[in-house]
Design a protein around this ligand. Structure first.
Ligand SMILES: [Zn+2]
Length: 480
């Protein structure tokens, strides 16, 4: 047999000559670059790398055949030269000429499949020969470790509702979905350059592309013969236009890279839904809205957009958190000027005389106001922990706790309102988390004597080993 190496050993293609935009948008003939090796009919198709036409011609004539279904004369030879990319050709006189659209689509599928195998040598890759559990028949399907991914290549026109339906069908079964538009036809209309010296570097954004981008689908195109990928490179102001209905965004610049520069990566799906939920809650403030679906085929341009968008999202989240914290601090400062807190200060001094420094569970519990019937939260929380002195080791009911607090503060017995009840339940849960009480996890707190008291103001819970021992000592040894 021949010494021609297998297709996978051909490695990265030579970069295309000349301007990459011109190379990407070149409307040359759609050449065949894949063939079936009859010595290994089940193997991935044989790929004809650049500049290899002469080298593999003899092997081609002996062992390679046209891979198109129902080809009437599948025998092939190779052709190439300086002006044309190396390719397979049917034998002279056979008069076989496959449809250009078919060759584009076929080649794009096999290039993406080959790229997946290069990126993940252990991947199981299917081209056009599998139906998934959602009834869909993807162009390219791959299982990569614990991830599944589908590539759809789109040369022919398609409206957004149909695209959305397909994406949803794969989202539903947890399959990463990557849409790649073709380098000719409906989805790849170059915007004419403004002067003859300039190359076209932008594509027209029609309604379907606009809706796809608006719905957070990264816009990617493939030129399978040049092995190039184009990424829509939206500027922040273009994203704002994109997100504002009715404001025309008619074109977008494309960033070109080789397929070889792209990386197969999977973004955590929970991360995606988190960003998505955040977007749904807060509207569409940044280019980060495009980022959540940047998974699967990551171009260098997409990675840059994604990183910038993530940084913006992080900054916005931080700003919102800072604002919330400042608001809570201001609210607490105001609370401390009010009568309930001033009353508490008198009680606090007495308790500190009796027990030493008070625990954080009294002084620093939650940011909520939790003033109950004119009693500051520190006040009733400290009272509760003092009441626990009588019942450490016992089980008590929520009703008993409320009646004890009621007699301490002169609240009318038996009067229960949600505003009393809710802070108490919250506080009991915090006390449980800190080891002061044990609570049933499955039954209602209102259902009998279910609260086991483990500690009290006089006998606080055993401290974690990393706490300050001198502090604990003072708490445990009240002054005489
Ligand atoms: Zn053929």
């Amino acid at each position: 047999m021949s010494t021609v190496p297998p297709a996978s050993a051909f490695g990265a293609p030579a970069p295309p000559a000349g301007d990459v935009h011109a190379a990407f948008l070149r409307r040359g003939d759609a050449h065949q670059v894949y063939a079936r090796d009859i010595t290994a009919p089940e193997a991935p198709l044989f790929y004809l790398g650049r500049g290899r036409a002469d080298e593999v011609r003899a092997y081609t004539r002996a062992y390679l055949q046209c891979p198109y279904p129902d080809c009437p004369a599948p025998e092939l030879t190779t052709a190439g030269g300086s002006a044309v990319r190396d390719h397979f050709r049917h034998l002279p006189g056979s008069n076989v000429r496959h449809q250009r659209e078919g060759i584009n689509h076929f080649t794009a599928k096999h290039q993406l499949a080959r790229w997946v195998r290069t990126q993940a040598p252990d991947a199981v890759v299917h081209v056009d020969d599998i139906v998934l559990e959602n009834g869909r028949h993807p162009d390219v399907y791959a299982i990569v470790g614990g991830n599944r991914i589908v590539f759809e290549i789109q040369y022919s026109p398609l409206k957004w509702p149909e695209m959305r339906k397909r994406r949803a069908a794969y989202d539903r079964i947890g399959v990463t979905f990557v849409w790649v538009f073709g380098h000719t036809g409906a989805f790849c209309q170059p915007v004419a350059a403004t002067s003859p010296e300039q190359q076209a570097t932008a594509l027209t954004i029609d309604r379907a592309l606009w809706e796809a981008a608006y719905n957070a689908m990264p816009l990617l195109w493939i030129n399978p013969f040049e092995e190039l990928i184009a990424t829509a490179a939206f500027t922040p102001s273009e994203v704002r236009k994109l997100m504002a209905w009715g404001q025309g965004l008619r074109q977008v610049n494309i960033d070109i890279c080789t397929l070889d520069e792209c990386r197969l990566e999977f973004r955590d799906r929970t991360d995606i839904s988190a960003s998505w939920a955040w977007n749904a809650e807060h509207g569409w403030p940044t280019a980060g809205d495009i980022a959540p679906y940047l998974t699967g085929l990551i171009t260098p341009a997409a990675r840059k957009v994604s990183a910038e968008a993530d940084a913006r999202l992080t900054a916005i989240r931080q700003q919102r958190a800072d604002e919330a914290a400042a608001e809570a601090a201001a609210e607490d400062a105001a609370r401390r000027q009010e009568l309930p807190y001033q009353n508490w200060l008198g009680e606090k001094a007495k308790l500190e005389e009796r027990y030493g420094p008070l625990p954080a569970m009294v002084l620093d519990n939650a940011s909520r106001r939790f003033t109950v019937r004119g009693v500051a939260k520190e006040h009733w929380m400290a009272a509760l922990l003092e009441i626990f002195d009588q019942v450490v080791g016992d089980q008590v009911s929520e009703t008993w706790i409320r009646s004890q607090l009621g007699s301490r503060f002169g609240w009318p017995a038996g009067m229960v309102t949600v505003t009393d009840w809710y802070p108490l339940i919250q506080y009991l849960r915090d006390l449980r988390d800190d080891g002061w009480v044990d609570l049933p996890s499955t039954t209602s707190l209102l259902d009998g004597d279910h609260i086991t008291v483990l500690a009290s103001l006089r006998r606080p819970p055993s401290p974690p080993t990393n706490s300050d021992p001198s502090q604990v000592e003072r708490q445990r040894t009240p002054p005489a």
